[in-house]
Write a protein that binds this ligand. Structure first.
Ligand SMILES: *[C@@H]1O[C@H](CO)[C@@H](O)[C@H](O)[C@H]1NC(C)=O
Ligand SMILES: *[C@@H]1O[C@H](CO)[C@@H](O)[C@H](O)[C@H]1NC(C)=O
Ligand SMILES: *[C@@H]1O[C@H](CO)[C@@H](O)[C@H](O)[C@H]1NC(C)=O
Ligand SMILES: *[C@@H]1O[C@H](CO)[C@@H](O)[C@H](O)[C@H]1NC(C)=O
Ligand SMILES: *[C@@H]1O[C@H](CO)[C@@H](O)[C@H](O)[C@H]1NC(C)=O
Length: 478
C-alpha cells in the first residue's frame, strides 16, 4: 500500500516529481479496475474499505482515486494530480468546473460506476491540460451542448457503457478531438442521430472509433445504429415527396449465405389516412410494407395490380372509401401475397368467393381481412358461397359479426349478420315466391303441350276405332 504521507499537495508538487522518479518502478499496482466491484467477494473477505468512502493516491503516476466523493485533505483539491479517477460519485450530477478548479492540472478524468445522470456545467476553458475524459458505468443520460468544446487539448473521449440515448454532435465537439468511443449505450435510432452518417473530413462522426459497434435500443433493439439511422433518414426524405406520415415500423435481420452475414430488412409504415385522396398514391417510400389509406375517396384498386411498388405493400387499410368491387384482384400477385386487407365501410355488394378462396390457399401469410360495414347483397346466388368462405376461415375474417346484409326496406334479412343467416332465410325470399318466373312460364307451356299431344292421340285413336280412318299425318308419311 502507498504511504499516504507521500501524497501530492499544492506545496510539494515539485518534490513529488522527484518522488515519481524514485517510486515509478516500485509503485503498487491497482489492477485493471481501480475500484473494486460493488457486490463482490471483497466484502466477505473484509476489504470493506473499498466500499466505504475513501481516497488513495498513486504517486508514480500522479494518480488519485476517490470512491464516494472527495475525502479528507482531497476535498480542497491538489494541483499535483494529473489523473483523477472517481468511483461511485455520490450525487446525481457532477460539476466539471468545480472539479477542475480543485485539480487544475488534470490530464485525465475518469468517472466510473456511478449513479450520476447529468453534468452540471460544460468543461471549463481553462482546463488546458485535460487530454482525456472517460465515463464508464454511469447513468449519464445526456450531455450539455458544447460540453467539451472549450477544452483545447482534449483528444480522447470515452463514453462507453453509460445511459446515453440521444446525442447532438455539438455535445462531442472539441478542437483537438481524435477518438470518441460511444458503444454500450442504449441509443435511440432516430433521425436526430443522423450526424453519425456524416463521414466528411473533420466531422464528429469520423472521430467515433466504434461507430460500427453502436446499437439501437427499443424499438429496433439490437440492430446496428448506423444502417438503421441511414434507413430512417432516407425514409424521411422520401416521405417528404408524399403527403403522408412515415415510420420505420420494424427492422428485421436475415442471414445471408454461408458467411453468416446479416442483412437488414426494413419495413416502413405509411399513413395517408384522411388526406382527401381520390386515388391510391403512385409513389411510396422504399420498403413500405404497411399503408393506411382510410377515410379517403378512393374507388379504384387497379394500382394494386399495375404499380410494382404495391408488390411489397402487404398490409393495406382502405376503410371508409368508395370501393365497389374487388373482383379485379382475382388471380393477382397481390391477392396471393398480402397479409392484411381492410375494406370496412366501403360500397362492396359482393365479391368472388371462389377466387378469394383460391388466393387464400396460395397465400401463406394472410392474417386478417376486414369486410364489415359494407352493403352486402343477400341472395341465394351470392350469399351461400360467401358464407362458406367466412366459415372456412374463422380466424381470418376479423369482423365477421359486422359483415351484414345491406339495409333493404321490407326485407327480413336487412342488416342481419350474414354468417348467422340460414340457407332457407336466404333462398326463399319473397321475390322467389312470385310464381310467374320465366322458368315457371316455360313449365306451364310445356305441360299444356303434353296435354295437347296426349289429347290428340286419344282423339285419333277414337276416330280410327269409329271410322277406320287414319289420322291425316299417318296418311302423309310414306
Ligand atoms: C478557471 O476559471 C474559473 C472561472 O471560469 C475560475 O473560477 C478558476 O479559478 C479558473 N481556474 C484556473 C486554474 O485558472
Ligand atoms: C467499462 O465498464 C464495463 C462494465 O460496466 C466493463 O466491462 C468495461 O471493461 C469497462 N471499459 C473500460 C474501457 O473501462
Ligand atoms: C479530406 O482529406 C483528404 C486528405 O486528408 C483530401 O484529399 C480530401 O479532399 C478531403 N475531402 C474533403 C471532402 O474535404
Ligand atoms: C428495400 O427495398 C428494396 C427493393 O425496393 C430492396 O432491394 C432492399 O433490400 C430493401 N431494403 C431493406 C433495408 O430492406
Ligand atoms: C393516421 O393518421 C391519422 C391522422 O392523420 C390518425 O388519426 C390515425 O390514427 C393514423 N393512423 C395510424 C395507424 O397511425
Amino acid at each position: 500500500m502507498i504511504d499516504k504521507n507521500y501524497i501530492l499537495t499544492r506545496e510539494d508538487r515539485r518534490g513529488a516529481l522527484i518522488l515519481v522518479l524514485l517510486f515509478s518502478v516500485t509503485g503498487s499496482s491497482w489492477g485493471k479496475h481501480p475500484c473494486a466491484p460493488r457486490f463482490d467477494s471483497a466484502i466477505s473477505k473484509g476489504h470493506a474499505d473499498w466500499l466505504t468512502d475513501h481516497c488513495e493516491a498513486k504517486l508514480s503516476t500522479f494518480h488519485l482515486i476517490c470512491s464516494g466523493g472527495f475525502h479528507d485533505k482531497w476535498d480542497t483539491g491538489s494541483e499535483g494530480v494529473r489523473i483523477l479517477t472517481l468511483c461511485r460519485w455520490p450525487d446525481k450530477t457532477i460539476d466539471p468546473e468545480e472539479i477542475l478548479q480543485k485539480f487544475p492540472s488534470l490530464q485525465s478524468l475518469i468517472i466510473l460506476d456511478s449513479d450520476l445522470t447529468h453534468l452540471k456545467n460544460p468543461f471549463p476553458s481553462n482546463a488546458t491540460e485535460l487530454q482525456s475524459v472517460k465515463f464508464n458505468g454511469t447513468k449519464l443520460e445526456v450531455l450539455p451542448n458544447d460540453a467539451f468544446s472549450q477544452l483545447p487539448s482534449l483528444r480522447i473521449l470515452d463514453l462507453r457503457h453509460n445511459s446515453l440515448s440521444l446525442m447532438n454532435e455539438h455535445a462531442l465537439m472539441a478542437p483537438s478531438i481524435q477518438e470518441v468511443y460511444l458503444m454500450g449505450n442504449e441509443w435511440k435510432c432516430v433521425s436526430e442521430m443522423s450526424w453519425i452518417l456524416n463521414m466528411e473530413n473533420d466531422s464528429v462522426a469520423s472521430r467515433v472509433v466504434d461507430r460500427d459497434k453502436l446499437m439501437c435500443s427499443v424499438p429496433y433493439y439490437d440492430r446496428p445504429l448506423v444502417p438503421v439511422v441511414e434507413i430512417i433518414t432516407e425514409l424521411e426524405e422520401e416521405c417528404l415527396k408524399t403527403d403522408c406520415q412515415c415510420v420505420l415500423s420494424y427492422v428485421g435481420r436475415r442471414t445471408l449465405g454461408a458467411a453468416n452475414q446479416k442483412e437488414l430488412m426494413a419495413f416502413a409504415s405509411v399513413n395517408c389516412s384522411s388526406r382527401g385522396l381520390t386515388e391510391m398514391p403512385d409513389f411510396l417510400p422504399k420498403n413500405t410494407s404497411t399503408l393506411y389509406l382510410s377515410k379517403n375517396q378512393i374507388h379504384d384498386l387497379t394500382p394494386l395490380l399495375k404499380n410494382p411498388i404495391y408488390k411489397e405493400v402487404i398490409d393495406i387499410y382502405l376503410d371508409d372509401n368508395n370501393i365497389e368491387s374487388i373482383s379485379l384482384l382475382e388471380g393477382s400477385y397481390w391477392l396471393d401475397h398480402f397479409r392484411a386487407l381492410s375494406l370496412r365501410g366501403n360500397r362492396l355488394t359482393d365479391l368472388p368467393p371462389y377466387a378469394l378462396e383460391n388466393a387464400l390457399q396460395q397465400n401463406g401469410h394472410a392474417a386478417s381481412i376486414f369486410l364489415g360495414k359494407n352493403p352486402w347483397r343477400c341472395d341465394c346466388h351470392f350469399t351461400p358461397g360467401f358464407q362458406d368462405l367466412l366459415s372456412r376461415h374463422p380466424s381470418l375474417f376479423k369482423d365477421v359479426n359486422e359483415i351484414t346484409c345491406s339495409k333493404v326496406e321490407n326485407d327480413e334479412n336487412s342488416e342481419k349478420t350474414i354468417r348467422e343467416l340460414s340457407r332457407t332465410a336466404i333462398c326463399t325470399s319473397p321475390a322467389d315466391e312470385y310464381w310467374l318466373q320465366p322458368l315457371d312460364i316455360l313449365n306451364v307451356v310445356l305441360a299444356s303441350m303434353i296435354i295437347f299431344v296426349l289429347g290428340k292421340l286419344l282423339y285419333d285413336y277414337w276416330t280410327f276405332k269409329r271410322t277406320g280412318k287414319l289420322p291425316w299425318i299417318v296418311a302423309k308419311i310414306p
